[in-house]
Every structure is written in C-alpha cells, then in structure tokens.
Design a protein around this ligand. Structure first.
Ligand code: SF4
Length: 512
C-alpha cells in the first residue's frame, strides 16, 4: 500500500510509528540502580533479572505504599467536604484500606507465601498512620488549598527519561474546589509550591546512593513537567519519620542517562562498580551471564549466547513500545482517535462504579467505534488525554459495546481510586491508549525467567542446538557434494570443501 506522508489525514497510527526512529526511554528505577552497579541496571532492564518477584517483603512494601497513598487522599477528601480530621477515625481509614488491599491483592500475597498479611502490614502502618494523621491535622487548612496527585507518571521524551512519583502536593492559594485541574493545566500554574513524597517501608534508614540518584532523576522530571524554576521539596516518608533530599545533582542524572543508552545500544560493556556480596543479582550476574568463557561448560556458553540474543530481542520490543510514547507527543488525543490508536472523549457512568470488582464503564461520543486496535483483554492507560503525564491508572478492557458506545474496564491492584480522586470524572473526559509497557515488560520477564530457570529450557535449547548442528552438517554435506560435482566436471583432482565459520565462544555482543 502507498502511504502519503504529506497528507496527515490519511495516515494511521501504525504508518506514523513505523516512520519513527527506534528510541530508548530509560526508567528512573534502572538509572538509579547504576549508582550501585552498571551491571545491575543492565541486567534489570535488559534481562529482567529481578529475583524477588512476589517476595514477602516486596509485597508488604507495595501494600504499605498503596494503603498509605489511598488513605491520605481519602482523609484529605473528607476534610475538604467538611468532615474535620480526627485521630481515631483517621487511623481507622488506614486499617480499612489495609483490609481492602488484602482482599484485592490476595493472590499476590499468596504467591509471596504471606498467609496473614494484616499483622506485618499493620506493624508498619500503625506507626506511620499515627504520625501522618497528626501531620494532616496540623496541615489541614493548607491542604484545603492544595491539589494532590498520586502515582504521578512523567515521561520526558527529550531527556529522555520516565518515572512515577508516589504522591505530589501542589499548593494553590486561590484554588477553586469545584473543578479538577488537568495534567495539562498543571504545567501552566506559574510559581507554585510543590512537595514530592516517596513512601519507604519500615523505620528510617540513611538514604543510599541509589535513592539519592532516584530522587535527583525524579526531581528533574517533575521540574520539566511542571515548568518549575527551582526544585520542589523532596521527602522520603518512613514509618517513623520523614527525611529530605536537600541538594540535587542533575548533571549526574544526565551523565547516567547517556551511559545507560550506550549500554542499551551495546556500544559499551557494563562495568562492575558495585557491592556483589549483597547483590540479589549475584547468581546470574557473576556465575554465568558475565563469567569468563573459560569457566563455563559448552552448554552454558550456548545457553548464555541464547540469553544475549533474547535480551537483544527484549530491547527491540521495548524500543517499539517506546515509539508509541513518542507518538503520543506528536499527536493529540483527537488526532490519535482519528488515526485509530486512542479512544477519547469518554465520560464515566457513575452508576457503573464497582469498587469490589475494581471496574467502571466509560461512555464514548459519536466517534466511538472508529478505533482500529482495541479489544477485550487489552491493557490500556486511562488519562486526561496525555498518558505521558499524570495520575494515569492502567486497566484491562473487559467489555466493548459498539451499540451503547461504551467500554468496561477492570483496574489492576486496586488502582481505580485514582481515576476518581478529587472528583476528576466530573470535569475531565478520559482517553484510553493501548500501551502499557509495564505489562509488556512483565511478560518479557517471565519469558526470560523461563529461559533462565525452567528445566524445560535446557531441553528446548538442546533440541534447538541439535537442529542447528544437523542443519550445519547438512549444509556441509551439500557444499561437499556441489563442490565435488563441480570439481569433477572441471576435471580437477584436488577437492576444496566448504568449512563452516567457527562460532566465537563469547556472547554476541560483549567480550566478557
Ligand atoms: S553481582 Fe556484582 S557485578 Fe553483578 S550486578 Fe550485582 S553488584 Fe553488579
């Protein structure tokens, strides 16, 4: 098909995306790991080697994080609508949200082998709630003139960098309580006072180099997103006290982004700058992903080569996802809808909100139905129009009704509350975009883990290698036959035989 790039009205989203250069938008979490060790960033982002999926402490930590943010927003909301904050009821909200979180995420706790999550969760949350509720009471008046944004995603294509901040507070002295301020309008508020809160599980610990770099990268992202002239207040909230990042080093963030992209493109090998004895990646990293070939058996070398190839494929896939994020920058929601990659102008049917099942129905306008590639089971990001900035939960489509022009969504991990906070649905029309790179990465990670850990992987690799060997032998035989026939026909007595090119015993991309 001929595509006319001079006429944007005739282009589909896929036409445009195919024209974009492959791109890499590093995540703050990966950049931050580089403060510990370059290989840690390399492994986590490229190989998906995080070994603590569904660990007990990880799941409790995630739950503390969710319950705290949700409870703080709920307490402030009640105060804004005229129910003054009281200590006992405030702590009760933390307790209720902890129970609801356990109900919603029971599967995750089960997989992490936490039989009774309530007690370990409340070990942290009672101390935290006691302190936070006091603070909210002290700041009750100023919080009435502040907007709060939970799980605030910021993706900056120019830096390039993306991250998600736990909670931001923006003080706006002349705030009108009647309407929600969209993510786009937040960028034009002028001189505003902003505070970032990052939740840390457990009691106070001295911030590590990783946390410091993470704070600097997140602060840089936020300053760019909200056009701030000076850095916001950056708070690490532990259960027993708050701690602040006072000086930021943005030059270092830029330096790490550049280095990360070099590693990503295989232009450099990752250096060891870290602390191996305490590193959770030790097994894969030292024992075989980067071990000298002389220490590996032939099978391990074959396996490592397959892993590096897989890693390369993962990067190519991520780079494709990243093109969607760039695409969002160059087309507004209406244009994306016209080209078939977004559904916009969606309103919430309040009667359909089902907190138990974490689901809602959104109703479309007359253009609903012209999308090309949305179907039941897809992961989508719900935003004010720009999924690159804002509190944008992800959900799965569970029903599409073309007659009623509606789409029903189910949210992940209890994220529905931040679609509705501060009455957002009353003043904002929602947009769905069909990219959820986190889910993409997770499925890649499982695939990768399969290769790394599953006993079946060895069987498959052996089978594949035996086929390759067979093919190489067949080619040799064919070459021999062709050559002999040719030589015989030429009446020559000396035969030349094709020899397969010896494969290097090193991974394809690096000398290790
Ligand atoms: S095991 Fe050592 S070299 Fe490997 S990622 Fe961890 S700290 Fe870095």
């Amino acid at each position: 098909m001929n595509v006319d790039f001079n006429n944007p009205d005739l282009l589909s989203s896929n036409d445009v995306i195919r024209q974009l250069e492959p791109t890499a938008i590093p995540r703050v979490s990966a950049i931050a790991k580089m403060a510990l060790c370059e290989r840690a960033a390399y492994n986590i982002s490229f190989f998906g080697m995080e070994s603590n999926d569904y660990s007990a402490s990880g799941e409790i930590g995630n739950s503390v994080h969710r319950v705290t943010i949700k409870s703080v927003l709920e307490i402030i909301h009640l105060s804004k609508i005229g129910r003054p904050i009281q200590k006992e009821s405030g702590i009760g909200i933390f307790e209720e949200n902890a129970k609801a979180d356990i109900d919603t995420n029971w599967k995750r706790f089960l997989l992490a082998k936490v039989d009774k999550p309530f007690d370990p969760l409340m070990d942290d949350l009672y101390t935290r709630a006691d302190r936070i509720v006091d603070k909210l009471i002290a700041e009750e008046e100023e919080n009435k003139y502040s907007v709060f944004r939970p799980e605030f995603t910021i993706r900056n294509i120019q830096l390039p960098l993306e991250g998600r901040l736990d909670l931001i507070r923006i003080k706006i002295p002349n705030l009108s309580q009647s309407s929600y301020i969209s993510s786009e309008n937040l960028q034009n508020l002028g001189n505003i006072e902003v505070q970032v809160t990052q939740i840390k599980t457990g009691r106070y610990k001295r911030p590590s180099a990783v946390w410091n770099l993470q704070a600097d990268a997140e602060t840089l992202l936020l300053m760019k997103a909200l056009n701030l002239q000076s850095p916001p207040e950056y708070v690490w909230q532990f259960s027993d006290k708050d701690s602040r990042r006072k000086k930021f080093n943005f030059a270092k963030v830029h330096q790490y982004i550049d280095r990360y992209i070099q590693l990503w493109r295989s232009e450099a090998s990752p250096a060891i700058t870290g602390y191996c004895p305490n590193c959770s990646l030790k097994e894969g990293c030292l024992e075989w992903a980067f071990a000298p070939s002389s220490k590996l058996t032939e099978n391990e070398i074959i396996r490592r080569r397959s892993e590096f190839k897989l890693s390369k494929r993962i990067r190519e896939e991520i780079s494709y996802e990243d093109r969607w994020k760039v695409y969002v920058e160059i087309r507004n929601a209406e244009q994306r809808q016209a080209e078939g990659s977004s559904i916009t102008n969606l309103t919430l049917d309040v009667s359909t909100v089902d907190p138990g099942n974490q689901s809602v129905t959104l109703i479309g306008d007359q253009s609903f139905g012209q999308f090309l590639d949305f179907s039941v089971g897809d992961h989508v990001t719900v935003s004010d129009g720009n999924p690159n900035v804002g509190s944008n939960p992800t959900a799965t489509i569970v029903k599409i009704d073309l007659i009623e022009k509606s789409v029903r969504l189910r949210f992940h991990r209890g994220d529905m509350y931040y679609l509705l906070h501060e009455g957002r649905h009353k003043s904002i029309r929602f947009t769905l975009d069909r990219f959820n790179f986190i889910a993409g990465l997770i499925s890649m990670r499982y695939l990768d883990n399969f290769f790394r850990r599953s006993p079946h992987a060895d069987v498959i690799l052996q089978h594949r290698n035996s086929i390759l060997l067979q093919k190489a032998n067949d080619v040799n035989e064919d070459n021999k036959n062709i050559e002999s026939t040719k030589l015989l026909a030429d009446g020559l007595t000396k035969q030349k035989v094709g020899v397969p090119k010896p494969e290097s015993d090193l991974p394809e991309e690096y000398d290790v």
